[in-house]
Design a protein around this ligand. Structure first.
Ligand code: GAR
Length: 185
């Protein structure tokens, strides 16, 4: 099987959805995490997946930070990178090494509501429809070419919390599906 890495910074519900997918077309061989103490780390460890936790602040530059990651990924024969709540821009070092091989999930219908708090942005804007976007990663924040989107109605009494549950349910289904399509070519 083709080998892949997940990059995550937080809870790891998407990480779980990817590794839990029964017919995943690739093997997730490593979790890269930039937040020491993030819950996703425990999830990877208990699933027996190698984990590289790095604090970017411990490096003199993003280039050094990403070079360290790149060495690790190469050593493990990683061919694809899936961002799953990785709250950091990917720099030129990784983008050049993994051209068209870095994918992200985002909890809105891009280009609407990019950035960190897409769900609360949608609630605040009062939109009636939002959703999930899976896209190729470029140097921008949630800006690369869109691969797939799924729309979802915002209900009258939705709060950020209730909307987040439904958005993430969609994400957990759509992201592994798209990963399979891409990896199988
Ligand atoms: C996910 O909903 C993901 O779409 C979002 O962070 C959440 C991480 O949750 N990503 C972004 O907002 C990227 N701009 P998780 O850690 O439970 O998978």
């Amino acid at each position: 099987k083709v080998k892949a890495a997940v990059f995550a910074s937080g809870t790891g519900s998407n990480f779980d959805a990817i590794i839990g997918r029964s017919n995943l077309a690739c093997e997730i061989v490593v979790l890269i995490c930039d937040k020491p103490g993030a819950p996703v780390i425990e999830k990877a460890i208990s699933s027996g997946i190698q984990t590289l936790v790095l604090n970017p602040k411990a490096f003199v530059s993003k280039q050094e930070y990403e070079t360290k990651i790149l060495h690790f990924l190469r050593k493990m024969d990683v061919e694809w990178i899936f961002l799953a709540g990785y709250m950091r821009l990917i720099g030129p070092t990784l983008l050049a090494a993994y051209e068209d091989r870095i994918i992200n999930t985002h909890p809105s219908l891009l280009p609407a509501f990019p950035g960190k708090d897409a769900i609360s942005q949608a609630i605040q804007a009062g939109v009636k429809v939002t959703g999930v976007t899976i896209h190729f990663v470029d140097e921008g924040m949630d800006t690369g070419p869109i691969i797939a989107q799924r729309a979802l109605e915002v209900l009258e009494d939705d709060t950020e919390a209730t909307l987040k549950v439904r958005i993430q349910d969609v994400e957990h289904e759509l992201y592994p599906e798209v990963i399979n399509r891409l990896v199988r070519g």
